[in-house]
Ligand binder design. Structure first.
Ligand SMILES: N[C@@H](CCC(=O)N[C@@H](CS)C(=O)NCC(=O)O)C(=O)O
Length: 369
Protein backbone atom coordinates (compact mmCIF):
# COMPACT_ATOMS: atom_id res chain seq x y z
CA UNK A 1 0.00 0.00 0.00
CA UNK A 2 2.84 2.37 0.84
CA UNK A 3 4.34 1.56 -2.49
CA UNK A 4 1.12 2.48 -4.23
CA UNK A 5 0.92 5.70 -2.25
CA UNK A 6 4.49 6.47 -3.20
CA UNK A 7 3.65 5.69 -6.80
CA UNK A 8 0.73 8.06 -6.69
CA UNK A 9 2.64 10.83 -5.02
CA UNK A 10 5.81 10.61 -6.96
CA UNK A 11 5.41 8.73 -10.18
CA UNK A 12 2.09 9.83 -11.61
CA UNK A 13 2.40 13.49 -10.71
CA UNK A 14 5.33 14.41 -12.93
CA UNK A 15 3.76 12.53 -15.84
CA UNK A 16 0.51 14.42 -15.54
CA UNK A 17 2.36 17.62 -15.13
CA UNK A 18 4.44 17.30 -18.20
CA UNK A 19 1.61 16.06 -20.25
CA UNK A 20 -1.25 18.17 -19.30
CA UNK A 21 -2.75 21.53 -19.03
CA UNK A 22 -6.39 21.67 -18.05
CA UNK A 23 -7.69 19.38 -15.50
CA UNK A 24 -4.72 17.23 -14.76
CA UNK A 25 -1.77 19.08 -13.39
CA UNK A 26 -1.31 18.34 -9.75
CA UNK A 27 -0.39 20.58 -6.94
CA UNK A 28 2.99 19.46 -5.71
CA UNK A 29 4.77 19.85 -9.03
CA UNK A 30 5.61 23.43 -8.27
CA UNK A 31 7.99 22.12 -5.66
CA UNK A 32 9.94 19.89 -8.02
CA UNK A 33 13.04 20.81 -9.96
CA UNK A 34 14.40 18.76 -12.85
CA UNK A 35 17.11 17.10 -10.77
CA UNK A 36 14.68 16.30 -7.98
CA UNK A 37 12.31 14.83 -10.49
CA UNK A 38 14.83 12.44 -11.93
CA UNK A 39 15.71 11.25 -8.46
CA UNK A 40 11.99 10.76 -7.86
CA UNK A 41 11.88 8.51 -10.90
CA UNK A 42 14.89 6.56 -9.65
CA UNK A 43 13.21 6.12 -6.31
CA UNK A 44 9.91 5.17 -7.83
CA UNK A 45 11.09 2.54 -10.25
CA UNK A 46 11.81 -0.04 -7.51
CA UNK A 47 8.36 0.70 -6.13
CA UNK A 48 6.72 -0.22 -9.39
CA UNK A 49 8.69 -3.41 -9.50
CA UNK A 50 7.70 -4.07 -5.94
CA UNK A 51 4.02 -3.33 -6.50
CA UNK A 52 3.62 -5.08 -9.78
CA UNK A 53 6.49 -7.51 -9.88
CA UNK A 54 8.35 -9.35 -7.20
CA UNK A 55 5.80 -8.98 -4.37
CA UNK A 56 3.01 -10.42 -6.44
CA UNK A 57 5.25 -12.99 -8.07
CA UNK A 58 6.46 -14.55 -4.84
CA UNK A 59 3.08 -14.59 -3.15
CA UNK A 60 1.14 -16.07 -5.94
CA UNK A 61 0.57 -18.62 -8.59
CA UNK A 62 -2.81 -17.87 -10.09
CA UNK A 63 -3.17 -15.56 -13.03
CA UNK A 64 -4.53 -12.17 -12.03
CA UNK A 65 -6.17 -9.58 -14.13
CA UNK A 66 -6.94 -6.06 -13.11
CA UNK A 67 -10.64 -6.78 -13.15
CA UNK A 68 -10.36 -9.88 -10.93
CA UNK A 69 -7.81 -8.54 -8.56
CA UNK A 70 -9.37 -5.21 -7.89
CA UNK A 71 -13.06 -5.48 -8.58
CA UNK A 72 -14.94 -8.34 -7.02
CA UNK A 73 -17.96 -7.85 -9.26
CA UNK A 74 -20.19 -6.87 -6.36
CA UNK A 75 -18.96 -3.29 -6.37
CA UNK A 76 -18.49 -0.81 -9.20
CA UNK A 77 -14.96 -1.00 -10.61
CA UNK A 78 -12.57 1.71 -9.50
CA UNK A 79 -11.25 3.27 -12.73
CA UNK A 80 -7.97 4.26 -11.12
CA UNK A 81 -7.29 0.74 -9.95
CA UNK A 82 -7.93 -0.67 -13.40
CA UNK A 83 -5.52 1.93 -14.75
CA UNK A 84 -2.87 0.50 -12.42
CA UNK A 85 -3.84 -2.95 -13.60
CA UNK A 86 -3.38 -1.93 -17.22
CA UNK A 87 -0.04 -0.38 -16.41
CA UNK A 88 1.01 -3.57 -14.68
CA UNK A 89 0.07 -5.78 -17.61
CA UNK A 90 1.92 -3.60 -20.05
CA UNK A 91 5.11 -3.66 -17.97
CA UNK A 92 5.21 -7.32 -16.95
CA UNK A 93 4.59 -10.38 -18.96
CA UNK A 94 1.67 -12.65 -18.02
CA UNK A 95 4.16 -15.28 -16.89
CA UNK A 96 5.74 -13.03 -14.29
CA UNK A 97 2.29 -12.31 -12.87
CA UNK A 98 1.48 -15.77 -11.56
CA UNK A 99 0.04 -15.17 -8.09
CA UNK A 100 -1.27 -17.37 -5.33
CA UNK A 101 -4.95 -18.09 -4.96
CA UNK A 102 -5.15 -16.76 -1.39
CA UNK A 103 -4.22 -13.30 -2.55
CA UNK A 104 -7.70 -12.21 -3.64
CA UNK A 105 -9.29 -12.84 -0.27
CA UNK A 106 -6.41 -11.38 1.76
CA UNK A 107 -6.46 -8.24 -0.37
CA UNK A 108 -10.21 -8.01 0.04
CA UNK A 109 -9.85 -8.18 3.82
CA UNK A 110 -7.08 -5.62 3.87
CA UNK A 111 -8.92 -3.12 1.67
CA UNK A 112 -11.38 -0.55 3.00
CA UNK A 113 -14.86 -1.32 1.62
CA UNK A 114 -16.49 0.88 -1.00
CA UNK A 115 -19.33 1.61 1.43
CA UNK A 116 -16.90 2.87 4.07
CA UNK A 117 -15.15 5.03 1.50
CA UNK A 118 -18.50 6.33 0.22
CA UNK A 119 -19.77 7.31 3.65
CA UNK A 120 -16.45 8.88 4.61
CA UNK A 121 -16.53 10.89 1.40
CA UNK A 122 -20.06 12.12 2.15
CA UNK A 123 -19.03 13.21 5.62
CA UNK A 124 -16.20 15.39 4.36
CA UNK A 125 -17.81 16.85 1.22
CA UNK A 126 -19.15 20.40 1.07
CA UNK A 127 -22.77 20.83 -0.17
CA UNK A 128 -21.32 22.17 -3.44
CA UNK A 129 -19.14 19.06 -3.85
CA UNK A 130 -22.14 16.81 -3.21
CA UNK A 131 -23.91 18.41 -6.14
CA UNK A 132 -20.93 17.88 -8.44
CA UNK A 133 -22.13 14.80 -10.40
CA UNK A 134 -25.63 16.12 -10.77
CA UNK A 135 -24.31 19.49 -11.95
CA UNK A 136 -22.08 17.78 -14.49
CA UNK A 137 -25.02 15.90 -15.98
CA UNK A 138 -27.07 19.07 -16.26
CA UNK A 139 -24.16 21.21 -17.48
CA UNK A 140 -24.23 23.45 -14.40
CA UNK A 141 -21.63 24.49 -11.80
CA UNK A 142 -18.03 25.63 -12.29
CA UNK A 143 -16.07 24.88 -15.44
CA UNK A 144 -15.09 21.24 -15.73
CA UNK A 145 -13.31 19.02 -18.27
CA UNK A 146 -16.06 16.44 -17.62
CA UNK A 147 -18.96 18.47 -19.01
CA UNK A 148 -20.45 17.00 -22.18
CA UNK A 149 -23.12 19.62 -22.25
CA UNK A 150 -22.77 23.12 -20.86
CA UNK A 151 -25.71 25.25 -19.82
CA UNK A 152 -24.22 27.03 -16.75
CA UNK A 153 -27.60 27.22 -14.94
CA UNK A 154 -31.38 26.86 -15.27
CA UNK A 155 -31.65 30.03 -17.37
CA UNK A 156 -30.37 28.11 -20.42
CA UNK A 157 -32.12 25.13 -22.00
CA UNK A 158 -30.68 22.34 -24.10
CA UNK A 159 -32.61 23.70 -27.09
CA UNK A 160 -30.65 26.97 -26.77
CA UNK A 161 -27.41 25.23 -27.74
CA UNK A 162 -26.00 26.45 -31.07
CA UNK A 163 -22.44 25.13 -30.74
CA UNK A 164 -20.77 21.74 -30.82
CA UNK A 165 -17.20 22.09 -29.62
CA UNK A 166 -14.69 19.38 -30.59
CA UNK A 167 -11.70 19.18 -28.27
CA UNK A 168 -9.25 16.54 -27.08
CA UNK A 169 -10.10 13.91 -24.47
CA UNK A 170 -7.10 14.72 -22.30
CA UNK A 171 -7.68 18.49 -22.33
CA UNK A 172 -4.08 19.08 -23.36
CA UNK A 173 -4.57 21.16 -26.49
CA UNK A 174 -3.72 24.83 -25.83
CA UNK A 175 -5.77 26.02 -28.82
CA UNK A 176 -8.82 24.17 -27.52
CA UNK A 177 -8.20 25.74 -24.14
CA UNK A 178 -8.48 29.24 -25.63
CA UNK A 179 -11.85 28.48 -27.22
CA UNK A 180 -13.04 26.69 -24.13
CA UNK A 181 -12.08 29.61 -21.90
CA UNK A 182 -13.86 32.09 -24.22
CA UNK A 183 -17.05 29.98 -24.29
CA UNK A 184 -17.08 29.83 -20.51
CA UNK A 185 -16.27 33.49 -19.97
CA UNK A 186 -19.02 34.50 -22.39
CA UNK A 187 -21.33 31.89 -20.87
CA UNK A 188 -22.36 30.56 -24.25
CA UNK A 189 -24.10 27.18 -24.02
CA UNK A 190 -22.34 24.39 -25.93
CA UNK A 191 -22.07 20.67 -26.40
CA UNK A 192 -18.71 18.86 -26.23
CA UNK A 193 -17.45 16.12 -28.54
CA UNK A 194 -14.11 14.67 -27.49
CA UNK A 195 -11.62 13.62 -30.15
CA UNK A 196 -8.35 11.80 -29.56
CA UNK A 197 -5.10 13.55 -30.45
CA UNK A 198 -3.02 11.86 -33.16
CA UNK A 199 -0.55 10.51 -30.59
CA UNK A 200 -3.33 8.17 -29.43
CA UNK A 201 -4.16 6.79 -32.86
CA UNK A 202 -6.14 7.76 -35.88
CA UNK A 203 -9.04 10.13 -35.67
CA UNK A 204 -12.65 8.93 -36.08
CA UNK A 205 -13.83 9.02 -39.70
CA UNK A 206 -16.83 11.24 -38.84
CA UNK A 207 -14.45 13.85 -37.43
CA UNK A 208 -12.18 13.76 -40.48
CA UNK A 209 -15.24 14.37 -42.64
CA UNK A 210 -15.76 17.74 -40.99
CA UNK A 211 -12.06 18.55 -40.42
CA UNK A 212 -9.94 16.82 -43.11
CA UNK A 213 -6.62 18.00 -41.60
CA UNK A 214 -7.61 16.38 -38.32
CA UNK A 215 -6.75 19.39 -36.19
CA UNK A 216 -8.57 20.47 -33.09
CA UNK A 217 -10.29 22.63 -32.04
CA UNK A 218 -13.30 22.56 -34.33
CA UNK A 219 -16.66 24.14 -33.65
CA UNK A 220 -19.91 23.77 -35.48
CA UNK A 221 -21.77 27.02 -34.93
CA UNK A 222 -25.30 27.33 -36.28
CA UNK A 223 -24.56 24.41 -38.62
CA UNK A 224 -21.32 25.86 -40.04
CA UNK A 225 -17.88 24.34 -39.43
CA UNK A 226 -15.02 26.50 -38.06
CA UNK A 227 -11.69 24.70 -38.07
CA UNK A 228 -9.22 26.91 -36.21
CA UNK A 229 -9.17 28.54 -32.81
CA UNK A 230 -8.95 32.09 -34.16
CA UNK A 231 -11.88 31.60 -36.53
CA UNK A 232 -13.92 30.19 -33.69
CA UNK A 233 -12.97 33.00 -31.33
CA UNK A 234 -13.94 35.71 -33.81
CA UNK A 235 -17.23 33.95 -34.64
CA UNK A 236 -18.07 33.78 -30.94
CA UNK A 237 -17.62 37.54 -30.81
CA UNK A 238 -19.70 38.29 -33.91
CA UNK A 239 -22.46 35.68 -33.59
CA UNK A 240 -23.23 36.11 -29.89
CA UNK A 241 -23.66 39.87 -29.45
CA UNK A 242 -25.82 39.45 -26.36
CA UNK A 243 -23.04 37.75 -24.45
CA UNK A 244 -20.08 39.36 -22.70
CA UNK A 245 -17.72 40.94 -25.22
CA UNK A 246 -14.05 39.91 -25.18
CA UNK A 247 -13.12 42.38 -27.93
CA UNK A 248 -10.51 44.87 -26.70
CA UNK A 249 -11.53 48.51 -26.82
CA UNK A 250 -8.13 49.65 -28.14
CA UNK A 251 -7.37 47.64 -31.31
CA UNK A 252 -3.86 49.05 -31.81
CA UNK A 253 -2.82 48.26 -28.28
CA UNK A 254 -4.28 44.77 -28.61
CA UNK A 255 -2.34 44.12 -31.84
CA UNK A 256 0.89 45.27 -30.20
CA UNK A 257 0.29 42.89 -27.30
CA UNK A 258 -0.50 40.02 -29.63
CA UNK A 259 2.89 40.58 -31.34
CA UNK A 260 4.45 40.32 -27.89
CA UNK A 261 2.64 37.01 -27.44
CA UNK A 262 4.27 35.71 -30.63
CA UNK A 263 7.66 36.86 -29.33
CA UNK A 264 6.98 35.07 -26.08
CA UNK A 265 6.20 31.79 -27.86
CA UNK A 266 9.49 32.07 -29.83
CA UNK A 267 11.53 32.93 -26.73
CA UNK A 268 10.03 30.04 -24.81
CA UNK A 269 10.60 27.38 -27.44
CA UNK A 270 14.07 28.77 -28.19
CA UNK A 271 15.19 28.40 -24.59
CA UNK A 272 13.41 25.11 -24.05
CA UNK A 273 15.14 23.48 -27.01
CA UNK A 274 18.57 24.91 -26.21
CA UNK A 275 20.99 23.63 -23.61
CA UNK A 276 22.79 26.87 -22.90
CA UNK A 277 21.20 29.90 -24.53
CA UNK A 278 17.90 31.69 -24.58
CA UNK A 279 17.48 32.48 -20.91
CA UNK A 280 18.24 36.18 -21.29
CA UNK A 281 15.87 36.58 -24.21
CA UNK A 282 13.15 34.84 -22.23
CA UNK A 283 13.76 37.09 -19.20
CA UNK A 284 13.71 40.13 -21.46
CA UNK A 285 10.38 39.09 -22.94
CA UNK A 286 8.87 38.38 -19.55
CA UNK A 287 10.01 41.83 -18.40
CA UNK A 288 8.16 43.35 -21.37
CA UNK A 289 5.03 41.43 -20.44
CA UNK A 290 5.41 42.53 -16.85
CA UNK A 291 5.66 46.15 -18.02
CA UNK A 292 2.63 45.83 -20.32
CA UNK A 293 0.51 44.47 -17.48
CA UNK A 294 1.63 47.28 -15.16
CA UNK A 295 0.90 49.93 -17.79
CA UNK A 296 -2.63 48.62 -18.32
CA UNK A 297 -3.30 49.01 -14.62
CA UNK A 298 -4.05 45.26 -14.52
CA UNK A 299 -4.89 42.76 -13.52
CA UNK A 300 -5.51 41.92 -17.23
CA UNK A 301 -3.66 42.99 -20.37
CA UNK A 302 -6.28 45.57 -21.34
CA UNK A 303 -7.16 46.70 -17.81
CA UNK A 304 -9.69 45.47 -15.33
CA UNK A 305 -11.52 42.90 -17.45
CA UNK A 306 -10.49 39.87 -19.41
CA UNK A 307 -10.31 40.21 -23.24
CA UNK A 308 -9.22 38.13 -26.20
CA UNK A 309 -5.63 39.30 -25.52
CA UNK A 310 -5.64 37.42 -22.21
CA UNK A 311 -7.20 34.44 -23.96
CA UNK A 312 -4.29 34.36 -26.42
CA UNK A 313 -1.72 34.57 -23.65
CA UNK A 314 -3.24 32.24 -21.11
CA UNK A 315 -2.68 28.77 -22.45
CA UNK A 316 0.94 29.45 -23.37
CA UNK A 317 1.93 31.46 -20.30
CA UNK A 318 0.52 28.66 -18.21
CA UNK A 319 2.55 26.03 -20.06
CA UNK A 320 5.60 28.28 -19.94
CA UNK A 321 5.39 28.46 -16.13
CA UNK A 322 5.14 24.69 -15.79
CA UNK A 323 7.73 23.71 -18.40
CA UNK A 324 10.42 26.25 -17.49
CA UNK A 325 10.13 25.25 -13.87
CA UNK A 326 10.43 21.60 -14.79
CA UNK A 327 13.15 21.74 -17.42
CA UNK A 328 15.11 24.83 -16.39
CA UNK A 329 14.29 25.32 -12.71
CA UNK A 330 13.07 28.81 -13.63
CA UNK A 331 10.33 30.19 -11.39
CA UNK A 332 7.64 32.57 -12.64
CA UNK A 333 4.57 31.68 -10.58
CA UNK A 334 5.14 31.99 -6.83
CA UNK A 335 3.01 31.43 -3.73
CA UNK A 336 1.16 34.59 -2.75
CA UNK A 337 3.25 36.91 -0.61
CA UNK A 338 6.56 35.56 -1.94
CA UNK A 339 9.00 37.91 -3.66
CA UNK A 340 9.16 37.63 -7.43
CA UNK A 341 10.53 39.53 -10.42
CA UNK A 342 7.09 39.06 -11.99
CA UNK A 343 4.46 40.44 -9.58
CA UNK A 344 2.14 41.66 -12.38
CA UNK A 345 2.20 38.26 -14.11
CA UNK A 346 1.37 36.61 -10.80
CA UNK A 347 -1.47 39.08 -10.23
CA UNK A 348 -2.73 38.25 -13.73
CA UNK A 349 -2.75 34.52 -12.90
CA UNK A 350 -4.55 35.26 -9.62
CA UNK A 351 -7.22 37.17 -11.54
CA UNK A 352 -7.62 34.34 -14.06
CA UNK A 353 -8.13 31.87 -11.24
CA UNK A 354 -11.28 33.79 -10.30
CA UNK A 355 -12.84 33.34 -13.76
CA UNK A 356 -15.48 30.68 -14.31
CA UNK A 357 -13.17 28.53 -16.45
CA UNK A 358 -10.68 28.09 -13.62
CA UNK A 359 -13.29 28.04 -10.91
CA UNK A 360 -12.97 24.45 -9.77
CA UNK A 361 -10.27 22.13 -8.64
CA UNK A 362 -10.07 20.33 -11.98
CA UNK A 363 -8.19 23.07 -13.70
CA UNK A 364 -4.49 23.67 -13.99
CA UNK A 365 -1.38 24.56 -12.09
CA UNK A 366 -2.12 28.25 -12.30
CA UNK A 367 -4.46 28.08 -9.34
CA UNK A 368 -2.00 26.09 -7.28
CA UNK A 369 0.30 28.88 -6.27
N1 LIG B 1 -3.98 26.82 -35.99
C1 LIG B 1 -4.68 25.84 -35.32
C2 LIG B 1 -3.68 24.94 -34.61
C3 LIG B 1 -4.35 23.84 -33.88
C4 LIG B 1 -3.39 22.72 -33.52
O1 LIG B 1 -2.18 22.77 -33.80
N2 LIG B 1 -3.93 21.70 -32.88
C5 LIG B 1 -3.15 20.54 -32.57
C6 LIG B 1 -3.37 20.14 -31.13
S1 LIG B 1 -2.67 21.25 -29.99
C7 LIG B 1 -3.68 19.35 -33.37
O2 LIG B 1 -4.86 19.28 -33.67
N3 LIG B 1 -2.81 18.42 -33.69
C8 LIG B 1 -3.21 17.19 -34.27
C9 LIG B 1 -3.33 16.13 -33.22
O3 LIG B 1 -2.46 16.04 -32.34
O4 LIG B 1 -4.30 15.39 -33.22
C10 LIG B 1 -5.64 26.52 -34.35
O5 LIG B 1 -5.28 27.57 -33.81
O6 LIG B 1 -6.73 26.00 -34.16
Amino acid sequence: MNDIRCLLRNKITPFLLIASSNGLILNDFSKLRKTETSSVFRRVLPSIVSVFGSDLKTKANTKITSSRLFASGREPPNPFISMLGDLQSSIFSRKSLQVNSGLDSSLEKAATSWNDIRSHLKSVQTPEERKFRDNLKKGYGGGSPFHKIRLYDESNKENDIRITFYRDHASWCPYCQKVWFALEEKRIPYRVEKVNMSCYGSKPREFLQIQPNGQIPVAIIDGRVYGSSNDILSTLESSFPNHKSLTPSDGNKARELLRLEQTLAGAWLGWLRSTNSGKEYMEDTLTKIERALKESGGPFFMGDDVTIVDVQFLSFLERICASLLYFKGFVIRVPSGETTSYPAINKWFDALVRTIFFSNSYTTNINKN
